[in-house]
Design a protein around this ligand. Sequence first.
Ligand SMILES: [Zn+2]
Length: 479
Amino acid sequence: MKVIIGAFAHESNDFCPHKTTRAMFEFYEGQDVLSHLPVADIFQDAGIEIIPTIYADAQSYGPVEEKTYLYFENKILDVVRAHPDINGIWMFCHGAMNVENIGSGEYRLACDIRKIVGENCVISFGMDLHGNIEADFANQVNIFRCYHTAPHTDQVDTYRRTAQALVRYLQNGYKTHCQMRKIPMIFPGEMAATTVDPFKGIIKVMKNMEDHDPKILCASTFIGFAWTDAERTSSTVVVVPSAPEYAEYCSQKADELADLVFSKRTEFDFEMLSLQPQETAVASLYELQPPVCVTDMGDNPTAGTTGGSNVLLKEYLKFNDKEKKVLIAGIFDKKAFDICTAHAIGDTFELTIGMDIDEVTRPVPVTATYQGRHDVLGYTIPTTPPIKRCEGVTISIGSIDVVITDKAYAFTQQVNFHSCALEPVKYDVFVTKFGYIFPELKKMGKSFIMSNTPGESYQVITSFDYKKIKRPIYPIDQI
Ligand SMILES: [Zn+2]
């Protein structure tokens, strides 16, 4: 038997004013794909031959350009066309890829693959729980399951479970499809961390289904991605039967899980203290135990924002208290980055920070002392070594240190800071462009604020002017 494997993933923020281009994707093809997708041994142990396609993954940003999507999709389809007798296909796809003129990238890919391979091939996808799943998706893909953690720490487990499920279907000749239900609710991810209830309790129910019910192979709740304006934008539950005869049983279980999730809709909330920007500065400087970790939720590049908001910088500049050391890592502003790198380390000069592309990036003038320039390293999943993500310059503005980056990037891992010779625990306050508190941030801070800042990942989603989302939907509509 043979399976084709690959990854094509993106989370597209419709409120980001820019498109995601081909150059933004981390891209491998051929055998290099295998080292980025830790599933090869599962197929090899089952005596199944692996045909790799591509690995293409980009940080969240605006909708994917149509020509970029087609470039990568054709690379996958070329491999599929070259193996018309393929038995199975395993892919990692995010679930929230929105493509210019096309819509859901995952759905289009699944349909195009299905047209080539027909109904005899079993298709299995590992996905992110922030995916917005097209209503017809389960008719195209036999098996899919998403992460059970947000912040995400179980990517590898999800890849492997969906690969093992594919092997089980192939070895037994199963061709059945999973059971899926759309749920009329949508939340920003930050209000749906799996570390706190109600999502923590929902995960427990799903884990029980997977671990103790022999009729169920996988159970998932996609919370969805609030910053895509599409008819499919909503939460979704999926139950994968362990054998075709349990399809009806899993249909009932999918109904029960959907009812459970929807019944909890009023309980979703932030996992930590959430404050407005002005309150964030006061509380973090003078009221909470340092080091205080602050996340700039409205400008979270991992949710597809521009990464250039200086809203919190402006709040801390109002104080610039000599007794309080503040680190802001980072702010994307290529022009400011280039001005800094034209200077020598130690120089002090006038600088404006802010790309001036929207309300949250209006420039702010500062007097900066240039401290250093570094490659910012980071990993995609903890099992892969950190690689260069962007470059950053560190400047000091009085007692405030700021990392200005040449690309949008969220500092969430210790290696991000350490590669810039920065130690967050030595600051009273450190600010990062992220949403919920990533596990490594929890290790570095003693207190936490999820700052409800404006931006393209603004948490008050009822304020967005959605045009296409299917109504009614909670909490935009009080259903
Ligand atoms: Zn996600």
